[in-house]
Design a protein around this ligand. Structure first.
Ligand SMILES: Cc1cc2nc3c(=O)[nH]c(=O)nc-3n(C[C@H](O)[C@H](O)[C@H](O)COP(=O)(O)OP(=O)(O)OC[C@H]3O[C@@H](n4cnc5c(N)ncnc54)[C@H](O)[C@@H]3O)c2cc1C
Ligand code: FES
Length: 290
């Protein structure tokens, strides 16, 4: 059991949990993630330590409330409670080498994963420009990026009252592709990195490849065990079967089979929608489930 030391609402639908987890804090590197099972009856989800303190033994996880598990965590967990299980650190650390001038892009909550990596890249001597494409109300980590990288750009927009998630996603793609094109037209970059939903990553990759710049993407495949055993996170990279959890999560964007990834990440959408409906119904009727 892992005690929640602090919990904060960072922005609309975004929550930070500082959690005592010395086994993760001791070893975690930028680019790695953990698999969290917050409740005995709950799903396992991958999250990224954004900050950690090796001596004090805590990590900070930040969640964008997307569906049942992240909403249930926000509703039911408070300071002093415990998270049932945290496995990790998992996945491969991002290579900490000198690329030169890096463009690091976070689409909506993807910025959480970009943060520790961009900070570490700048520290080893790269010149990092970060971009956060997001609804304005969900802009997070602004001060932290400004203190850590050469330049931080928030490409924010207002969400119209009649917009659903699909409209928000479309606007994120429109803004991200336009901003990246504008930057690549006016400046030289040696390397591009992106984290976000697969559809947005693919759209940005289609812009970047026109300039022939090396690009890496952290893939948001569905993960269950995080150890290469269940097969849930299977992706095709360079024509070979890979598992995001043990071979990634970062891959060469030029080698990823994007259409397969997009298809596989949407596979459970009807079940995820049902789970959310049942949870909201249970909340209304008896204050939630245990
Ligand atoms: C390596 C990695 C690191 C991540 N780090 C963060 C982070 O730091 N903060 C954050 O907010 N989000 C992060 N995510 C995404 C996060 O795991 C999903 O938002 C979360 O699982 C949603 O669960 P839910 O029950 O709230 O939503 P659901 O309604 O169950 O799902 C909503 C969407 O979330 C994604 N998702 C759902 N379950 C999983 C799963 N088991 N594995 C991967 N994706 C899933 C799918 O795209 C799905 O359509 C990360 C994903 C990966 C792969
Ligand atoms: S999450 Fe099971 S194989 Fe990667």
């Amino acid at each position: 059991m892992f005690e929640i030391l602090d919990k904060k609402e960072l922005a609309k639908n975004e929550v930070m949990y500082r959690i005592k987890a010395p086994h993760v804090a001791k070893k975690v590197q930028p680019g790695q993630f953990v698999i969290v099972r917050a409740f005995p009856t709950g799903e396992r989800i991958p999250l990224t330590p954004a900050n950690w303190d090796r001596d004090e033994g805590w990590i900070e996880l930040m969640t964008f409330i997307r569906g049942k598990t992240t909403l249930r965590m926000a509703n039911e967990l408070k300071v002093g409670d415990s998270i049932m299980d945290i496995a990790g650190p998992l996945g491969n650390p991002t290579p900490m080498k000198k690329f030169g001038k890096i463009l690091a892009i976070g689409l909506i909550a993807g910025i959480i994963e970009v943060y520790p990596i961009a900070k570490a890249w700048q520290k080893v001597g790269n010149d990092v420009t970060s971009i956060h494409v997001t609804p304005k109300a969900m802009a997070i980590l602004k001060d932290e990026f400004e203190a850590s990288v050469s330049r931080h750009i928030i490409e924010g927009f207002d969400v119209q009252p009649d917009w659903g998630m699909n409209d928000v996603s479309r606007e994120v793609v429109r803004r991200a592709t336009a901003k990246v094109k504008e930057l690549l037209d006016s400046e030289h970059f040696d390397f591009v990195f992106i984290v976000g939903p697969a559809g947005g990553e693919k759209a940005v990759f289609n812009v970047v490849k026109e300039y022939g710049i090396p690009m890496e993407a952290d893939l948001h495949s569905i993960m269950v065990d995080g150890t290469g055993m269940c097969g849930a996170c299977r992706v095709t990279v360079g024509g070979e079967v890979k598992f995001s959890c043990i071979d990634g999560p970062g891959f060469d964007a030029y080698q990823v089979d994007w259409d397969e990834l997009i298809h596989r990440t949407g596979f459970y959408a009807p079940m995820e929608k049902k789970a959310m409906e049942y949870y909201l119904k249970a909340l209304k009727e008896d204050g939630g489930e245990q």
